[in-house]
Design a protein around this ligand. Sequence first.
Ligand code: IYR
Length: 328
Amino acid sequence: MDAYDLITRNASEVVTEDEVRALADDPEGKRAYVGYEPSGVLHIGHMLTANKLIDLQEAGFEVVVLLADVHAYLNGKGTFEEIRQTAERMKEQFIAYGLDESQTEFVLGSEYQLDESYILDLHALELETTLSRAERAMAEIKSGDSVTVAQAVYPIMQALDIVYLDVDLAIGGMEQRKVHMLARDTLPSINEDSPTCMHTPLIADLATGIGKMSSSKGVTISMEDTAEDIEDKVNDAYCPPTADPEPTDDGDERENPVLQIFEYHVFPRFEQVVVERPDEYGGNLEYDEYESLEADLESGELHPLDAKGALTSYLDELIAPGREKING
Ligand code: IYR
């Protein structure tokens, strides 16, 4: 796989392709980052951007993980003390999951976001940003129903992080895209270039296939799940025999989360996927690429229950090393 393909595999959006091609042509010394609000435990929604960081490390990028403690505070995720403790645990979980500690720079937002120069640059960007634009940028990030003043400052700070962390590429889930578009539009007002961005897909809620997987509601697979937890959750997962399920009666879009996890988590980390089946049911199935597994589920060759059985063991293989490190 060439560098561009590795860097962009499984991305939902690349802004812009030409800019990423230029980075891929000369990755030496280039820096990419993802920011995370420390809250809850690390789950496979977070690990999608973490997988992308692992791809970028492989392509020769320097990788920065921002533990966005001030952002979590502004978004109402707890007291500063609680958030700090969660940040420490989150860092350990990322390392346990496979981010190479010697190649990854972990930064706490509060290390630089309270500096005078940052605050003055923040105010300069606030002058350039309307309240309605900040509110739109937060639509898929904010906690709570209305947008507080703190949450309106949040996306402007996220834009400024790109400058202060001196990164060439900002990574985030698709829910971050409006913040990154705000950054592309406003950073030139403080004499900075528009940043290059890349967005990873969102995995749907495991039980329903609706909306975005999140630890605050619904069902997710976390770094702290036991093998039995994983088995129970995957067995109960929504998995119709299609990659493109019908919307619900209420008009909510649905995805097939079992297929999404195969596509975005399992195939990028394993050369071949084997679905074990007794001989009387046709014997084992072997897949070298996600598309053939999807086709077999759609045609009925692969039964959802067999797909779930295989997903359970691959997910456990991905999560077990981290779980063991954390539990000692
Ligand atoms: N908005 C992110 C957290 C975050 C991301 C980046 I990239 C930052 O520079 C700051 C915060 C979230 O929703 O978790």
